[in-house]
Design a protein around this ligand. Structure first.
Ligand code: ADP
Ligand code: ADP
Length: 233
């Protein structure tokens, strides 16, 4: 059974008299522990697809099964619960809270999960050590480099043990050396059994993924196995 299954998913945005068909009809299966790069030109529907995938938005029609559960007709509250349990988000702009330390940023999702304070800090520490930031736990985001901020964001995304990591242009603000280091980290996370879906414009970044899905005008244009996987040595 697929972890993620889209069945003729459509998403139409209505703005006054105009309708934008952001997703025309998307059917897609993604299995546990796949590593997928989502590519395609601006406006092709990648963000819309990621928002539905991440349970941040619901489709206009069609079905989305996540781990066998139909989430396409859930209420916002139900979706939030699924999201907090199953999905870890990583963004281009890191989205860390500036007044909190790295440790507090990473611990934050566990507040919503109802974990006790000591357990939160223990788990957050463990995650920061895992991303190589054991010596930066008390730093605020503005005291960290871009690559370090993204490591904090990745630790935060992983702290709830999600089954899926959704990364939207995670290296878009990083230089190529730092980008590579972040990709090494994703590789490690993938090897631990996680499922990763990554939006990127950069072919070098997409080449770390095992499968490439290309969108165009709200459709999946190409979906193929990457025969040229870049792996860290
Ligand atoms: P991509 O991420 O590939 O750039 P998007 O999913 O953002 O593509 O956009 C797909 C289409 O849907 C575009 O035509 C975009 O203008 C439109 N769109 C996206 N979000 C909205 C929205 N909230 N309201 C109206 N139109 C939107
Ligand atoms: P709730 O509805 O329970 O208050 P939130 O809206 O705070 O939940 O979001 C829950 C999770 O979804 C958080 O981990 C957050 O990072 C993520 N999230 C919220 N809004 C967005 C967004 N616009 N884009 C991407 N991720 C988001």
């Amino acid at each position: 059974q697929a972890l993620i299954s889209f069945r003729e998913l459509k998403k139409t945005y209505v703005m006054g008299e105009t309708e934008v068909k952001a997703l025309q009809s998307v059917s897609l299966d993604i299995f546990k522990n796949e590593y997928v790069a989502l590519m395609g030109p601006s406006g092709s529907g990648k963000s819309t697809l990621m928002n539905v995938l991440g349970c941040l938005d619901t489709p206009t029609s069609g079905e989305y099964f996540l781990n066998g559960t139909n989430v396409s007709s859930m209420t916002d509250a139900e979706l939030a619960e699924v999201r907090n349990k199953e999905i870890g988000f990583v963004f281009q702009t890191f989205n860390l809270l500036p007044r909190l330390s790295a440790l507090e940023n990473v611990a934050l999702p566990l507040v919503y999960a109802g974990v006790s304070k000591n357990a939160r800090l223990e788990k957050a520490k463990e995650m920061l050590v895992a991303v190589g930031l054991g010596d930066r736990m008390d730093h605020n985001p503005n005291e960290l480099s871009g690559g370090q901020r993204q490591r904090v964001a990745i630790a935060r995304a992983m702290v709830n043990d999600p089954s899926i990591i959704l990364a939207d242009e995670p290296t878009g603000n990083l230089d190529s050396k730092t980008s590579y280091e972040i990709m090494v980290l994703f590789e490690k996370i993938h090897k631990q059994g996680n499922t990763i879906i990554l939006v990127t414009h950069e072919p070098d970044i997409a080449d770390h993924a095992h499968r490439i899905v290309r969108m165009r005008d709200g459709w999946i244009d190409r979906d193929y196995k990457n025969e040229n996987i870049t792996t860290a040595v």
